[in-house]
Design a protein. Structure first.
Length: 421
């Protein structure tokens, strides 16, 4: 416990911890909608474009947090309006207009900084953040902004969600897509302000996109994605902050790399979208398909050939190894779908039912694609070989009903009527 409690004894770490929690919440919420709208580049643009607003706010009010916030907010909104104006009134696409406007705004900010006399502004802190230097005023301002963002998402959740997924439907329902877009840009600018001191403008885009992207790989439900996005944002901020404290890492980089680490783990191991999990599922499905192919083969030849004959012909026609065939047969025997006695390989009653279901699925699909003219007769067998393993009982029955319960397939072979359990 000392590992966790020791840093909290320092006041600067307490402020940094609160600031990190706030940035995780605000960026997690707004970043979800930015990601769903494919506006990641816009987030990057606004994170840079707030610089002239921050400098102008500093010129007018010194280090007053309210003036800095208003300057950044105004700069962000003006940038979003200019990007849309250029895109709508020229042949230039959105990504090009974003590149032009935000680099121009950023350059203007640097120019203004260079003109400040007798005042030193640490641009490296602005660009890369210094969460351990967060003041009480920064925390108060970030807290207010985070509260506004949470309240806005709750009150306008329906409008934000519909315009993110289907702008046309939103217009039909009387929702102004443009108003919601600029409202979201305002919230985006506000969330960027909460992260300026913590991670800086260069890395704030990572906190806006990485936690939502991680959440998106774990769920398809919008509310769950929002909750997970906030969770990963907060957890990344806390873990990154502790790593920064104990290993003397740059705080902003430490927080962002923690978020990226969560994304990589999820990308590889997500139950639904993980690369490793997908490979395991594909391998399992491939094994199931092979078992069903072997069962179908046994069904046709169990009264004609011995085990050795079936094995030799199947291996030759399907180009698989002896080991794989033997493992598949052993699996069928263990599952009590097949019996092997005295070099005689036969299916059990349950195995016969399953084989008939696969054959029925195959032949009904061949009949369907032939009658509908989807494929020519030369291609229907290979197509049916693929779909016979994935058609459910319900789909098979629907095909049978639509085709008028045919007795034979296009090749003249009988279509079994039985069903597996």
């Amino acid at each position: 416990m000392g590992f966790l409690t020791e840093p909290i004894g320092y006041e600067f770490f307490q402020r940094a911890l609160i600031a990190s929690l706030l940035i995780g919440i605000s960026c997690g919420l707004i970043g979800t909608f930015i990601m769903l709208r494919r506006l990641s580049l816009m987030g990057d643009a606004l994170s840079h474009a707030v610089l002239p607003g921050v400098v102008i706010g500093f010129m007018l009010g010194g280090k007053n947090e309210l003036m800095l916030f208003l300057g950044a907010l105004t700069s962000g909104i003006v940038t979003a309006i200019l990007i849309s104006f250029v895109e709508r009134n020229s042949k230039i696409k959105e990504d090009t207009s974003i590149g032009i406007i935000f680099t121009g705004a950023f350059a203007l900010g640097i120019l203004l900084v260079s003109q400040l006399k007798n005042v030193h502004i640490d641009l490296s802190s602005y660009l890369f953040g210094d969460v351990l230097g967060v003041s009480n005023g920064d925390i108060i301002m970030s807290g207010i902004i985070t509260f506004i963002i949470i309240l806005s998402v709750i009150l306008f959740y329906k409008q934000l969600m519909i315009t993110s997924f289907d702008p046309t439907l939103a217009s039909v329902m009387g929702i102004s897509v443009a108003v919601i877009h600029y409202f979201l840009m305002m919230l985006l600018s506000m969330s960027i302000v909460t992260g300026l001191q913590s991670v800086g403008v260069i890395l704030i885009i990572a906190m806006l996109i990485t936690p939502p992207a991680t959440a998106y790989l774990l769920s398809y439900k919008m509310k769950t994605i929002l909750i997970l996005s906030v969770f990963f944002g907060v957890l990344s901020a806390i873990i990154g902050l502790y790593l920064s404290y104990y290993f003397n890492f740059a705080s902003g980089a430490s927080i962002v790399l923690t978020a990226v680490a969560f994304f990589i783990v999820t990308f590889l191991c997500s139950p639904k979208e993980g690369i490793i999990v997908k490979k395991i599922k594909r391998a399992a499905l491939s094994q199931v398909a092979l078992r069903e192919d072997v069962m179908k083969y046994i069904y046709h030849l169990q009264n004609e050939l011995s085990f050795t004959g079936i094995k030799s012909r199947f291996m030759s026609e399907n180009k698989i190894s002896r080991r794989k065939f033997d493992e598949t047969v052993s699996s069928l025997v263990q599952k009590k779908l097949a019996k092997l006695n005295d070099n005689k390989l036969t299916l059990t009653d349950e195995g016969n039912l399953i084989a008939e279901k696969i054959i029925r699925s195959h032949r009904l699909w061949e009949t369907y694609v032939t009658e509908k003219g989807i494929l020519n007769s030369n291609d229907i067998h290979q197509d049916a070989e693929k779909y016979e393993h994935i058609l459910t009982d319900e789909l098979i029955e629907e095909l049978d009903e639509e085709l008028g319960k045919p007795d034979k397939d296009p090749h003249g072979s009988e279509i079994p009527r039985g069903k597996a359990r």
